[in-house]
Design a protein around this ligand. Sequence first.
Ligand code: GLU
Length: 475
Amino acid sequence: MANKITQKTLSFSQSVNMMADRAFKVLDMDPGVAAAIKSCDSILQVNFPVTIRGRIEVFTGWRATHSTHRLPSKGGIRYATMVDQDEVEALAALMTYKCAIVDVPFGGSKGGLAIDPSRYSREEMQLITRRFARELIEKGFLSPATNVPAPDMGTGEREMAWIADTYKQLHPEDINYSACVTGKPLAHGGVRGRMEATGRGVVYVIREFFRHPQDVNAAGLDGGPGGKRIIIQGLGNVGYHAARLLQEEDEARIIAIVERDGAIINEAGLPVEKLKEYIIQNGGVKGFPDGKYIENGNTILEMECDILIPAAMEGQITEENAGRISARLIIEAANGPITFAADEILRAKGIPILPDAYVNAGGVTVSYFEWIRNLSHIRFGRMGRRFDEMRGEHLITAIESATQGTTQEWLKNKIIHGADELDLVRSGLDDTMRMAYQELSSTLHEYDAITDFRTAAYVIAIKKIARSYFDIGVN
Ligand code: GLU
């Protein structure tokens, strides 16, 4: 077929651009503005040497700044063997749209380092990370005001702590040094709840979806998340917290988990904590006693279920397997798990997809809270918490003396409880994901030309980004 767009002809960033193009079409956007929004502002490639076990090794890394209409530009740093410039650019573009969708006032950026972290010791990883950070700082691609990295695949709190410390050493005069990176450990200026944020955000998305009966019915579902049969691909930081919370707090049934070495199925529901522990001990799911092991894990994505949550990485549902997907609803917790060609097939099949740029925005949302905490140099709740508790106590005393009654202990505790940092972070995250869903759903239903959540999400993002171009002008 001459014009068929296939996975083989589209790179990740082209796939993201094609998805955005649907929204530009709906908005009848000026092609010049569309081109300005889609293009990546700047991209840095660094090749730097590090001495490892007495020998020099040269590492290649990238940092793409997709947009600067808001500063800082924000997005994670990925450590993976296959990472390349196109991938980093695609992920940076997704960050631009993501921040706009959830009203986080940042531009979009992303970094990557081509490395297999399992080949290096902790000390070696520290050397490599500090050197990479220095390159980014010296070349103007890392600072609290302009470009703020965060964790992504293959990186976590320890890398963020090394990056923050490297920046502090180079810029001790910058009073806001700790805001140069987010996802830091608590002891180094991190915020409570950042680690679980993306997974928890996914759960808030699902809960809000089920508060919209029209959308629930359109997916052929009913009720709430409780009892729903869910398949999750990837039990990494995002998938694990989403699975754990869906099971513990919503009583959903996690019937299959797909990992690198295969899948584990259990119709009665998998014990998520136990499986996570098993993966840490054994390096994979094979041999896990509480479920059936399937070697070709990706075939499990095609299994019939209520909700499919790809939470691993990009390009997992392609034109090869899209036609066989039989989930009622797809929640994209990873970045780019569905290619453009696969998305077209799934749209034609009528399977609703809540898109990555909305679904996994919980991470950057809590990064925003962490950044604010660092700029204000104070933990959330520190000033008001005890005052609120005292007010709660007075309220109870007033009610009890007016009614001559006593308040039940559990209610008393709830009223007296003053919000601590974790309460506030979760509340801010919940509010953000819910407000964004409401905008998403109303946009989907408002425009005749929009028939899917992804296009609705891009329309929302592009309208906001275009607004700032129009207000400020292009020069
Ligand atoms: N790497 C995460 C993402 O893809 C988090 C980005 C951030 O917190 O800045 O959204």
